[in-house]
Design a protein around this ligand. Sequence first.
Ligand code: C2E
Ligand code: MG
Ligand code: MG
Ligand code: MG
Length: 281
Amino acid sequence: RDGKNKNKPIHLFQQHIQEAMTRQLTLEKDLQNVSIGDEFSIVFQPQVKVSTNEIIGFESLARWRHPLFGPISPVEFIALAEEKLIIYQLTERTIDYVFKILETRKREYSFTGIVSINISSLLLEHVVFIEFVRSRLSYFDINPKQIEFEITESVQLFSSETVLSHLQLLRKMGIRISIDDFGTGYAALSYLSHFPVDKVKIDKHFIDQIDTDRKGEAILKSIISLIKNMELYMIAEGVETADQIRFLKERGCDHIQGYYVSKPLTEEKSDMVVKNGCYIK
Ligand code: C2E
Ligand code: MG
Ligand code: MG
Ligand code: MG
């Protein structure tokens, strides 16, 4: 073997690493500067009360179509934003954007439903974030009861006294707190009894087990009765079939979100839904 061939695999590997690093750096820089509206947007997925077909609210979800790399999954860019601490400004922009939309929908269409926003637990460590929310609540003409913050359960989240007191402050302002991806992050259920929370979002993982996994179904049934007994609100995430809806309804989980009802809608489409009265056909 001559030196040239020996170096080739290493060269390709280096090239691959270099490209990945360039992409990462470009994404990081661009994410820092995005403003919401065009390539970066917010979509709204309806949350429905099955028994009445009424839309009780929308979850706001971020979308990013990068001019060079195309659509980037929120799983990727939210993780990047958290790692590079861009998440603070990104969430503040999102809150401003969503509160403004809520204000308009309330004024123009008398919308009384809920809008939920995903909040990274990093933000809950900082009192400046809590004060930011307070100032935006007073700036916009909105009812705090219409706002829900979704927080993904994690061990760090439930073991921090600071986070706990900040969540209490948010609830005093009138904001509702829901636990996202419930059942996937933190096994001990005992936290529910002393944690300031209004609502639980049952993760898609459990919904997928309806009709496919007996033991998984048993766990889902106990989760539903646990939430009911604790007198918390609940919603099932990622519902994709009529059979799943039937199962959930029969056991007392009447609120659902998922592709079966609707995929996340663009701002314009969700505006139309609100304008036309918030019912699904
Ligand atoms: P999440 O908050 O648990 O949101 C639910 C995810 O499930 C969304 O994915 C939604 O599009 C998807 N989904 C809803 N119904 C169905 C269904 O029936 N089937 C399937 N297969 N999927 C369904 P998405 O939009 O890709 O978001 C992924 C995650 O990224 C979110 O999970 C959330 O944790 C995070 N995320 C999205 N936007 C934001 C944001 O603005 N801020 C923060 N901090 N996180 C965000
Ligand atoms: Mg969520
Ligand atoms: Mg989540
Ligand atoms: Mg979730």
